[in-house]
Design a protein around this ligand. Structure first.
Ligand code: NAP
Length: 484
């Protein structure tokens, strides 16, 4: 099944931080894939901008290496790479200085879409916005793309929003959460709102609970200093897990347009109850063999920052009263996996003999490593052995549907960049959403500080601290296994 590609309008995209890790691993490889797919017009221009001493050829060389390393070998076509690299140039500029900005203004075309990707640390967001305005580089239709982290708490997020709002309208600001760019996340909206099948069951009458897991096998080595000031709550829950929670829990929007969708997501965040201390488990990974512990990676023997977090969350509205949402994320866990599991209730009365090991219906939405969904249903075990029941998965994975093309599932970043060029903000976080998320998170973090809460140690390669299992067991539920 070949996917349809609709080319976007010609554009000038300036990547501030064009020599950085994100540009190398995601932005440039993603743009190249869109070029190969025919979605990026040949007269589009990509301008890398940073302080490093590079000329255009040097930058193209940087981009070529990024493509070789991060794009699947089957898409390495010499001619295509050469043509793509022709769209690239480099501009040496300091976000904190004044030199070069007038020259940048001269080369940006006024008759095409203009996008400015802030792939730099947040302390430079305001500086870039100010200069794009001062030197009349950005106009009323230009778009800016900002990366996470968007603030460290409510106060800093408000300050960042205010800084950007001085120069750009909210309709021009694209706050990236790459989880929203995943094929399956969008498919979740299609499954919920384009079918009659699920929506009548999508409430606390039929859904027992929902689990959202984002587990990683890597630790924080190499970025321990940064991570230690953040922790799982700020780094993962406040953005990625809450965005997934919103899409699962939101009411059907009146229209599929950016503000209708984001209004409904915001209502979910505002309906979140405060979380009592007994419903949260924090953890730090131990050393394993020659792999250091969290404390060693963070180089902070007194660190109280969590590398693991599990929590039970309640949404106080009519639809979800009585259905808990369990969120779990952590580093150095057993497997790399992101998934949402919607676990339905038992039928009200069973006409069949009770049977060991039977499961309730589950809709599993897999985000990582392989995107797709499966719906677990109960059927009769085939054969003459009497009326025995078995659970099977109705597999809706994209690998099945797309066959050989499955490898070409658009990466989240490239999809989101194309949405920026198209001017579609549906999959980007609005300023008030980000602030509402911090307003919910801040008191939880403050509670840990006030109580002097210490994370529980857990074994590397495990599913997290024992207490996280108890969070579910005490209510007769269990987490899904963290396996690939
Ligand atoms: P990075 O590797 O440290 O790159 C930073 C970039 O900013 C470099 O290109 C650097 O180039 C440029 N830069 C620094 N100071 C500058 C200045 N004063 N003026 C102009 N350019 C300047 O960081 P990164 O990992 O790419 O991350 C970029 C942003 O994306 C950060 O906000 C990060 O939190 C976010 N992010 C990254 C990832 C990821 O996977 N890497 C994932 C999610 C979010 P010069 O030194 O040459 O100026």
């Amino acid at each position: 099944m070949a996917t349809r590609v609709i080319p976007v309008d010609p554009f000038d995209l300036v990547i501030f931080g064009g020599t950085g890790d994100l540009a190398k691993r995601k932005i440039i490889p993603g743009l190249y894939r869109r070029f190969v797919a025919g979605q990026m017009p040949e007269d589009a221009r990509i301008i890398g901008a940073a302080r490093s001493e590079l000329d255009n050829d040097g930058y193209r060389d940087f981009a070529r290496k990024a493509i070789e390393k991060y794009v699947h070998a089957k898409n390495h076509d010499k001619d295509k790479v050469r043509d793509f690299l022709k769209c690239l140039s480099y501009f040496r500029i300091d976000a904190l200085g004044q030199d070069g900005w007038k020259d940048l203004a001269k080369i940006i075309r006024k008759d095409v879409v203009q996008a400015f990707y802030f792939s730099v640390g947040p302390r430079l967001f305001g500086e870039l916005a100010k200069r794009l305005h001062k030197y009349k580089i950005a106009g009323p239709d230009s778009r800016i793309v900002v990366e996470k982290p968007f603030g460290h708490d409510l106060e800093s997020a408000k300050a960042l929003n205010a800084e950007l709002a001085e120069y750009f309208d909210e309709t021009q600001i694209y706050r990236i959460d790459h989880y929203l760019g995943k094929e399956t996340v969008q498919n979740l909206m299609a499954v919920r709102f384009a079918n009659i099948l699920f929506e009548p069951l999508w409430n606390s009458q039929y859904i027992d609970h929902i689990q959202i897991t984002v587990s990683e096998t890597v630790g924080v080595s190499g970025r321990g200093g940064y991570y230690d000031k953040s922790g799982a709550m700020r780094d993962m829950v406040q953005n990625h897990l809450m965005q997934l929670l919103c899409l699962i829990a939101m009411e059907p929007p009146a229209h599929f347009d950016p503000d209708s969708v984001r209004d409904e997501k915001l209502k979910v965040i505002r309906a979140l109850d405060p979380v009592p201390a007994e419903d949260i488990v924090r953890g730090q990974y131990r050393a394993e063999g020659d792999q250091p512990s969290y404390i060693e990676d963070a180089e902070n023997p007194d660190s109280r920052t969590e590398s693991f977090l599990a929590m039970k969350v309640h949404i106080a509205n009519w639809r979800w009263n009585g259905t808990p949402f369990y969120l779990r994320t952590g580093k150095r866990l057993r497997a790399r996996k992101s998934e949402i599991a919607v676990v339905f209730k038992e039928p009200p009365h069973s006409i069949f003999e009770p049977q060991e090991g039977r499961r309730c219906n589950e809709l599993i939405i897999h985000l990582q490593p392989n995107e797709g969904m499966d719906l677990r249903v109960t059927i009769k075990e085939p054969g003459p052995g009497g009326m025995r029941l078995m659970d099977v998965a109705l597999d809706m994975s994209f690998a099945e549907a797309l066959g050989e093309d499955a490898e070409d599932i658009t990466d989240a970043y490239e999809r989101l960049i194309m949405d920026v060029i198209r001017g579609n903000q549906t999959l980007f976080m609005r300023g008030d959403e980000v602030e509402a998320a911090w307003a919910w998170v801040d008191p939880i973090i403050q509670g840990w500080i006030d109580r002097g809460d210490r994370p529980k140690p857990y074994d590397a390669g495990s599913s997290g601290p024992e207490d996280a299992l108890m969070l579910m067991h005490r209510e007769g539920r269990r987490w899904r296994e963290i396996t690939e």
